[in-house]
Design a protein around this ligand. Structure first.
Ligand code: C2E
Ligand code: MG
Ligand code: MG
Ligand code: MG
Length: 285
């Protein structure tokens, strides 16, 4: 449209910029209000063990139920929340809501493995994440072993020294730590192996074109071998096809997550489709 406007280009861009920054300001105010009005919700996506198809964990993914604009996905508001600092209260809400949900599932006798929550670098850099988390766990009564935190390579590489201490504190509390979107950032294996991670999630971009793209097959295979040599459980993100599943199983990948199994679902739907009574419950009945 700008091209068609010809000489009007400058005006087009100028007004587009203004519109964009206005939209941004409005969105930021909206985000703030949304927190107060409780417009966020968590959806949960299952992670399955490739060997036997059993549920290993569920990942909590935030959505914004906007009164006018409907369901808004995290890629459209998490970056803004990070820039504006709103990620801290939002991230805290996510942790509390996930912990509350986990406790409710435990109370109902359901087996969900663990709940994985995404943590942004702004939350880790604050330094009070351990304290906040331990408060949330005691408030909700969720034992730490049912919680996993997902952090990207970039988050830990941002401030390696600081991140290291904080990750050890979190791990000492009993929460599991996962490296998210592995392969998209840069991180040295020498450094990663010093960190108390238990899981490594291979980014979706490597999984997308397997088995057709032989480079991606080689990369995926190498990440699995490398991760295993560091004692990590390997998760493949974005598994959409049966061919991908079969190859990942053959390559020794431990866990898969993706549309092949299910999309992220509201808590009630996840319960109906995926959660079973906990083994103790079955044995006891
Ligand atoms: P992520 O942590 O890597 O989460 C996985 C994303 O991949 C989710 O997108 C999920 O819906 C999507 N996905 C899962 N399986 C498939 C598949 O088979 N195919 C395709 N094409 N996509 C698949 P979603 O829910 O839109 O979240 C996007 C990103 O937003 C997340 O990526 C995470 O980085 C961020 N995010 C989500 N919730 C939170 C949160 O509570 N806090 C923070 N800080 N970030 C969050
Ligand atoms: Mg994640
Ligand atoms: Mg991921
Ligand atoms: Mg990803």
């Amino acid at each position: 449209e700008a091209k068609k406007a010809g000489g009007g280009c400058y005006h087009f861009y100028a007004s587009a910029m203004t519109e964009q920054s206005q939209l941004r300001i409005r969105l930021e105010a909206d985000l703030r209000r949304a927190l107060e009005r409780n417009e966020f919700e968590l959806h949960y996506q299952p992670l399955l063990r490739l060997q036997d198809g059993t549920l290993a964990a569920v990942e909590a993914l935030v959505r914004w139920q906007h009164p006018d604009r409907g369901l808004i996905m995290p890629d459209s508001f998490i970056p803004l929340a990070e820039e504006s600092g709103l990620i801290r209260p939002l991230g805290e809400w996510v942790l509390r809501e996930a912990a509350r949900q986990g406790r409710a599932w435990l109370d109902g006798g359901f087996d969900f493995g663990a709940i994985a929550v995404n943590v942004s670098s702004r939350q880790l850099e604050r330094g009070d994440l351990t304290a906040t988390l331990s408060m949330i766990l005691s408030e909700t009564g969720l034992p730490a072993q049912y919680l996993e935190l997902e952090l990207t390579e970039t988050t830990v590489m941002d401030q390696p020294e600081q991140a290291r201490d904080r990750l050890y504190e979190l791990r000492a509390m009993g929460v599991e730590l996962s490296i998210d979107d592995f392969g998209t950032g840069y991180s040295s294996m020498a450094y990663l192996k010093q960190l108390p991670f238990g899981k490594l999630k291979i980014d979706r971009s490597f999984i997308r074109d397997i088995p057709d793209d032989s480079n991606d097959v080689q990369i995926t295979s190498a990440i699995i071998a490398l991760g295993h040599s560091l004692g990590l459980n390997i998760v493949a993100e974005g598994v959409e096809t049966e061919q991908q599943r079969a190859l990942l199983l053959e390559l020794g990948c431990d866990i898969a997550q993706g549309y092949l199994y299910d999309r992220p679902l509201p808590a009630q739907a996840l319960l109906q489709r995926w959660l079973k009574a906990r083994p103790e419950q079955v044995a006891g009945s």
